[in-house]
Ligand binder design. Structure first.
Ligand code: ATP
Ligand code: MN
Ligand code: MN
Length: 301
């Protein structure tokens, strides 16, 4: 099966032999979901997840004792991941090169899960050139209590604005409170330019509709508004990867959706780790074929 040929637009099947220990350990106590069930989710979605999470620097949210206990955000290898999880050198601000983590197959993915990973976050750049962005992400963060209806219409506003300047976008529900509006990029522009573009666009939207949006960092200014988190687009920043589980109540999953579905979806935590079969089916559907793919570069702003 592993060498079977697939249509060019379908990812290759991905299977792993990495053993998962403590399958019965409860990781999501409020819903009694175990490490084994989490591992089954990742094993099932590996083939549709690897095209996104693979071959880019990643950060992991690890919660070895479950999501209710101590979790940590891990960017570098502490030396314990073995040979299925790889390193890519990234020069830090202090001039030193640090080994960032990346994976490129199901064994790498499952090794991270075995090590207590719940969430996978990725840079917006691939390991071939970490200085050039391969996506823009507008992370729409609603203030507490804001209706999802407001987030939904915000997502459409971003779609329309980006479309008007020549960028096709794709929506993802995060499994949390908001939505990511993602513009794939052919890797050309480097981080300073990409961040500047995202910042200016976010500011322009906030200025034109200050009732609904803010791009300001102080929390006080986010009251009742959607914070356009343009900082996802700076060097070293990460965003949750498609099909990653979230370390939140009920084990929701970040999931690509269509713009059509955005019209009616009721919550960004619509999908959960029990939905792997449905997520696989969706990923192979016509409606989601080509999701996240577009050959485009940053326009002038
Ligand atoms: P939500 O829809 O609930 O906002 P989200 O994934 O967008 O979900 P945010 O809090 O907006 O969550 O965070 C945006 C991104 O910032 C995350 O996807 C993650 O990649 C990154 N991030 C989150 N926590 C940390 C952290 N402790 N350190 C560094 N980056 C983080
Ligand atoms: Mn967010
Ligand atoms: Mn955010």
């Amino acid at each position: 099966l592993e060498t079977e040929h697939h249509a060019a637009d379908l990812p290759a099947p991905a299977t792993s032999n990495v053993p998962i220990s403590n399958r019965e350990r409860v990781i999501f106590p409020e819903s009694n979901i175990t490490k084994g069930q989490l591992a089954d989710h990742y094993a099932a979605v590996a083939e549709i997840m690897l095209p996104w999470v693979g071959s880019r620097p990643i950060s992991l949210v690890r919660c070895p004792q479950g999501r209710a206990k101590k979790c940590f955000f891990q960017k570098h290898d502490a030396g314990s991941f073995g040979d299925k999880v790889h390193h890519v050198g990234v020069v830090e601000k202090n001039g030193h090169e640090e080994p960032y983590l990346y994976i490129d197959d199901a064994d790498g993915l499952m090794t991270c899960v075995q090590m207590g990973t719940i969430e996978f976050h990725g840079w917006g750049a691939r390991i071939e050139d970490v200085e050039k962005a391969d996506r823009l992400v507008f992370d729409l963060d609603p203030d507490v209590g804001l209706d999802f209806e407001v987030v939904r219409s915000a997502a459409f506003q971003f779609r329309d604005i980006l479309k008007s300047i020549g960028l096709e976008t794709f929506p993802m529900v995060t499994g949390g409170k908001g939505v990511h509006v993602i513009a794939p990029l052919t890797p050309r522009a480097e981080w300073p330019e990409v961040k500047d573009f995202a910042h200016r666009l976010a500011q322009a939207v906030a200025q034109s509709d200050p009732e609904h949006f803010t791009a300001a960092l102080p929390k006080a200014q986010r009251k009742g508004r959607i914070f356009v988190d343009y900082l996802r687009n700076q060097r070293g920043a990460t965003a949750v990867m498609p099909y990653s589980a979230r370390a939140r109540e009920g084990a929701p999953v970040a999931a690509p959706i269509t713009w059509k579905e955005m019209e009616t979806i009721d919550t960004p935590a619509h999908f959960h780790i029990g939905d792997a079969a449905e997520l696989m089916k969706r990923a192979r559907s016509k409606a989601l074929a080509g999701w996240g793919r577009a050959d485009q570069t940053l326009p002038d702003l």
